[in-house]
Design a binder for this molecule. Structure first.
Ligand code: DHB
Ligand code: FE
Length: 280
């Protein structure tokens, strides 16, 4: 049977991708950021997940104002790297797992979460930066990736509670897939940041640290944070944090926190990263 063994969360700042691609691993500004992922890189090399369900948000690369799916699952064989205005990042193509993705679509939709099924979708920094941070430079990604895109760009995004409950439905779906697969769920985006308006540059360390504290022990409380509270406390783009709750909902109630990292700033964003593991 397929099983969800662990979850990873990480911020996804595009400038991290640019620094990574330009070989700035040891640049004084970027070194502390990349250092925060050394544990995760060693850990994941031992874990060898077969599939990562990578919850992320598209930044007007695959979708636009013409079409805004709230939750969209990528069921394709492969996903091209998006051109976000300066050419696609020089990272490997992303290979999906259509059988598991279609199974999830079927199970989750029948479980009353109406996912949009996507068979062609270029993936942007929201998906590729977390892959680079966790796997380092690669000729090919060492696992299959099922993109699960969440709208957090155009109002109204889904509530944190809806995301948390979707995580639980994802768990039921993966548990009922009859291939022996080691599956991880990643929740990406966040932490506090605001890219626009008079409060551009906002970072709220206190809010972020409390959020990190509650990921393992009190996700129900996190699932009750309202949109207004996200915007007020974590800035307009801090709403990306609802995606972390999909990862959390997909794990056991009691989890082990293996690693935590927090760093301010990377570009305009507070970088947060956590690794949670289901108890074997
Ligand atoms: C930045 C952060 C984001 O989440 C994003 O999508 C774009 C830019 C930033 O910090 O610059
Ligand atoms: Fe973003």
């Amino acid at each position: 049977m397929a099983r969800i063994t662990a979850g990873v969360t990480t911020s996804h700042v595009p400038a991290i991708g640019a620094a990574f691609d330009a070989g700035k691993r040891n640049d004084p500004y970027w070194k502390p950021v990349f250092d925060g992922y050394e544990f995760g890189k060693r850990w994941i090399a031992e874990q060898k997940p077969d599939v990562v369900i990578l919850v992320y948000n598209d930044h007007a690369s695959a979708f636009s104002l013409e079409m805004i799916p709230t939750f969209a699952i990528g069921c394709a064989e492969e996903f091209a790297i998006a051109d976000e205005g300066w050419g696609p990042r020089p990272v490997p193509k992303v290979y999906g797992h259509p059988e598991l993705a279609w199974h999830i679509a079927q199970a989750v939709i029948q479980d009353e979460f109406d996912l949009t099924i996507v068979n062609k979708m270029d993936v942007d920094h929201g998906l590729t930066v977390p892959l680079s941070l966790m796997f380092g430079p690669r000729e090919a990604w060492p696992c299959r990736v099922i993109p699960l895109a969440v709208n957090v760009v155009v109002y109204p995004p889904p509530s944190g509670h809806r995301c948390y409950m979707l995580g639980k439905a994802l768990r039921r779906a993966v548990d009922s897939f009859d291939q022996d697969l080691n599956v991880q769920v990643w929740g990406t985006g966040g932490m506090s940041h605001q890219l626009q308006g008079p409060r551009a540059g906002l970072i709220n360390k206190e809010f972020d640290l409390a959020f990190l504290d509650r990921m393992a022990r009190d996700p129900e409380a996190l699932a009750r944070i309202s949109h207004l509270e996200y915007v007020r406390e974590s800035g307009s783009e801090g709403i990306e944090l609802v995606m972390w709750l999909i990862m959390r909902g997909a794990l056991d109630e009691a989890v082990e926190e293996l690693h935590r990292f927090y760093h301010v700033p990377a570009s305009n964003t507070a970088v947060g990263h956590i690794i949670l593991q289901n108890k074997p």
